[in-house]
Design a protein around this ligand. Sequence first.
Ligand SMILES: C[S@@+](CC[C@H](N)C(=O)[O-])C[C@H]1O[C@@H](n2cnc3c(N)ncnc32)[C@H](O)[C@@H]1O
Length: 217
Amino acid sequence: MQPAFWLECWQQAYPGFHLDQVHPLLQACWSRVYQPEVHQQVLVPLCGKSIDMMFWRQRLPVVGVELAERACRDFFQEQQLAVTLSKTNHFQCYDTDRLSLLQGDFFQLSRDEVAACQLVYDRAALIALPADMRQRYVQHLCQILPAQSTVLLISLEYPAEEKQGPPFAVFEDEIRRLFAGAQIDVLAISNRTGLGFARRAFTTSSLVEKAWRIQLP
Ligand SMILES: C[S@@+](CC[C@H](N)C(=O)[O-])C[C@H]1O[C@@H](n2cnc3c(N)ncnc32)[C@H](O)[C@@H]1O
């Protein structure tokens, strides 16, 4: 997906992928990935204005990365958080207590910027991207993260021939290929058939979300 596609989505205040509540699989699985003695910060790539960041912020400091200025501004306004603005080479930074949003291109994110992020939360980031970009996304993530980081990934499965993404269907074999060398476990499965994806209706013959714990080498 090109940046223009996402900026167009963000012309609406509430794009179809935005969820008005904390993701149920996050609530069910967070305690099985979060290790307070190890994890200092959580990275939320392609974060939009997800309320899940407020959930994480109660537990550890959050670093979100998001392309769209509107998503970042709306997040702080809707959550009624005071914000301090600054700039780096590649990002406009929005900071508040225990939460920073880096507005810009995820692929410009550097190792230094995520040096304390041994935990990653991916909801609708990997599945937002077409196959070639998914590979680039995981490669970049694995290049910049500290060794032995943990990823909590929420994936989506549906018969790919029934619908064009995004969101894209991403199955176990691809997850295992993308994160080769990692220890990968499924933590929870949620059958969403007929229930839609966030605010979007989904008429595929099946729809399943899965939560994965991915322990990088
Ligand atoms: C499907 S949405 C998911 C948002 C969020 N994770 C959630 O659960 O609501 C994907 C988000 O990624 C952002 N995005 C797409 N490409 C990006 C990139 N290269 N760098 C940073 N953000 C990007 C889009 O603007 C959009 O907000």
